[in-house]
Design a protein around this ligand. Structure first.
Ligand SMILES: Nc1ncnc2c1ncn2[C@@H]1O[C@H](COP(=O)(O)OP(=O)(O)OP(=O)(O)O)[C@@H](O)[C@H]1O
Length: 599
């Protein structure tokens, strides 16, 4: 809508264009922003930032499609802040509504984007006001949030609609003041049920307003949103999603799989974690909340402490669990991810999955604004484990995308049972695996020897039997009670001490009986020499990476934190399946080419 020619319905033709190796200075960014980025160890723009920032600064409507973790948030935040910095004292002085709105599908994303903007503003030391609001705020909460008004309003479509219909936000003021609207994680907005909100909201968006649409994947929903909100947009597709030539998962993520029976999944994950075969931090995905508690209780018995994250926890707890994990207060997070099935439900008439969900799960009210996977920037996650396989291939890509973010490296391990083989095959096809061409993206996880697993079997099965359904049910209820209590305390505490991290220890033990001392350490005679060697390699790598079991509290390692391939024993230790497609080196961000195209 930023384009002045309203009658111009034909979208522009954009030729394919080489991505230049530009610096932030060359992109014309304000020195204050560049200094702020530097303090965050961010020195060089990613490809989507290199191509997106100049277009957004020019005032173009842009659709940006770039793979997960490619830096889309700064691609829109930096030009947005630059614009606000340059007209801070002029137009916004008489404004009665925010100058910019960033709409996201979930509370977690809202908090994440808000923190990112706030920290940039603080580091720039400028007087810009950013506010976030989600859920169902009261009249006075809306009034407080929008008083001023803030320059940037981060919210969900439903919440903005609420502000408008209550009259706290005047349609005329929005019409007069709003100059940039950003729809982030656009491919999820309809899935999360915001279609009507977005259609209604459209009537209040002034034609002069610049609209940006950010998404990791393309979909019919993105297409509909584009038609609804954007005029004559630039379509940035990085990499060429869907043209079959590029990898969908970032190259800096090594993907592995383990095939075992459903019953052995606990045994295998124990072996991976207990024998120290993966780098921390570790994010583990399950499909149901009960499974996550079962896993937590089980691992606890072996001295492995973890936190759980799911939709039934109070929002404050969820946000602080994320914050604590990002700050490095605990190493293992078990997340229940069903955002994937939300999408499946939407398109799939077959409701069998629904039936499988336990009655208990259905009774508890899960937060519809909860999103654990899409867009959440889990900091410094080195390993993603699919304890349960996701329901769709797109879900897999989004889960794996929680590691290897920006210029970091990472790995994923999917533990696949026979009844998950169908989706596993689907995922492999989606990733472009081709048996004929001997092209593989997911290799067997060969660091884990069968012998090593068998040595642990007796103890593991014994403990697994002790984690009964009743124990799981009690732990789940106990955790919920704890977190509800915590939630109110956390809210009050963090209002006064926003930077205090003491309360964020969400990996407390839930087991009724303390872990038996003999289960905490695996005696050396139980581990075969090959596994011992693999484990030593992983430890050495950790030291080389500067992690040494303790995560540093610096959320962003940027370039300086990444380790070189040559120094990564995981990559020299033979763990790749025959014919696995790997790149020895090269840019970690997709292809050289940027495709700007007409749609
Ligand atoms: N130029 C950069 N250099 C190094 N790190 C960067 C750069 N830009 C962004 N990052 C970091 O990369 C991580 C991923 O960025 P971001 O969350 O914006 O990715 P995304 O493309 O939005 O991913 P998703 O599609 O999963 O939401 C963040 O931790 C961010 O701070």
């Amino acid at each position: 809508m930023s384009n002045t020619d309203e009658n111009h319905t034909q979208e522009e033709n954009h030729e394919e264009e080489e991505v230049l190796d530009l610096s932030f200075e060359e992109l014309g960014l304000d020195p204050r922003l560049i200094r702020a980025l530097s303090k965050k160890n961010i020195e060089k723009p990613t490809p989507i930032q290199q191509t997106g920032i100049p277009l957004i600064l020019e005032g173009k409507d842009v659709v940006a499609r770039a793979k997960t973790g490619s830096g889309k948030t700064f691609a829109y935040l930096l030009p947005l802040l630059q614009k606000l910095l340059s007209d801070n004292n002029a137009s916004s002085a008489q404004a009665l509504a925010p100058t910019a709105m960033i709409l996201v599908p979930s509370r977690e994303l809202c908090q994440q984007v808000y923190s990112e903007v706030l920290s940039l503003i603080e580091l720039c030391r400028v007087q810009l006001k950013v506010v976030q609001l989600t859920g169902e705020p009261s009249f006075s909460e809306m009034g407080t949030a929008l008083a001023g008004p803030p320059h940037i309003f981060v919210s969900t479509p439903a919440c903005v609609q609420r502000c408008l219909s209550s009259g706290v936000l005047q349609a005329k003021s929005v019409h007069d003041s709003l100059s940039i609207l950003i729809l982030d994680e656009a491919d999820l907005l309809f899935t999360y049920g915001y279609e009507k909100n977005l259609k209604d909201l459209k009537t209040h968006i002034p034609k002069k307003c610049q609209c940006l649409l950010m998404s990791a994947t393309s979909s019919d929903d993105v297409e509909s949103l584009k038609k609804l909100y954007l005029h004559n947009p630039y379509i940035l597709t990085l990499p060429e999603v869907g043209d079959g030539n590029d990898e969908i998962v970032p190259k800096n993520v090594q993907q592995f799989s383990i095939q075992c029976s459903n019953r052995d999944k606990l045994l295998y994950i124990l072996a991976i974690l207990k024998l120290d075969l993966v780098q921390k931090k570790v994010l583990i995905f399950t499909n149901t909340i009960d499974t996550s508690f079962r896993l937590k209780l089980y691992l606890e018995q072996f001295g492995i402490k973890s936190a759980v994250l799911n939709a039934e926890l109070p929002v404050n707890s969820r946000l602080h669990i994320l914050e604590g994990f990002n700050a490095g207060l605990f190493d293992y997070l078990i997340a229940t991810d069903d955002s994937d099935s939300k999408e499946k439900e939407k398109t799939d008439e077959n409701k069998q999955n629904e039936k499988k969900k336990s009655k208990k799960f259905k009774k508890r009210k899960a937060d519809s604004e909860f999103g654990v996977v899409r867009g959440i920037d889990f900091k410094n996650v080195h390993t993603v484990i699919n304890f349960d396989m996701p329901a769709t291939a797109a879900g897999y890509v989004h889960r794996i995308g929680r590691t290897g973010r920006a210029y970091n490296t990472g790995q994923s391990i999917s533990i696949v049972s026979p009844d998950e083989m169908e989706i596993f095959e689907e995922i492999k096809t989606f990733l472009g695996e081709n048996e004929d061409k001997n092209l593989k993206h997911i290799a067997p996880f060969s660091l884990l020897e069968k012998n090593a697993v068998e040595f642990l079997r007796y103890r593991a099965e014994d403990v697994a039997r002790s984690v009964t359904k009743i124990a799981v049910k009690e732990a789940r209820a106990q955790d919920l009670r704890n977190e509800i209590l915590n939630s109110e305390k956390l809210k009050a505490h963090f209002q006064e001490n926003p930077r205090d991290l003491d309360l964020l220890k969400h990996d407390k033990l839930l087991s009724k009986k303390a872990p038996a001392p003999h289960l905490r350490d695996v005696p050396e005679y139980l581990v075969d020499p090959t596994t011992q060697q693999a484990s030593k390699f992983v430890k050495l790598t950790r030291v080389a990476m500067g992690r040494n079991n303790n995560n540093n509290n610096n959320g962003n390692r940027g370039f300086k934190g990444r380790f070189k391939k040559a120094g990564d024993p995981l990559k020299t230790f033979s763990s790749e399946g025959k014919g696995v497609k790997r790149k020895a080196k090269g840019k970690e961000f997709g292809p050289k080419k940027n495709k700007k195209q007409d749609v």
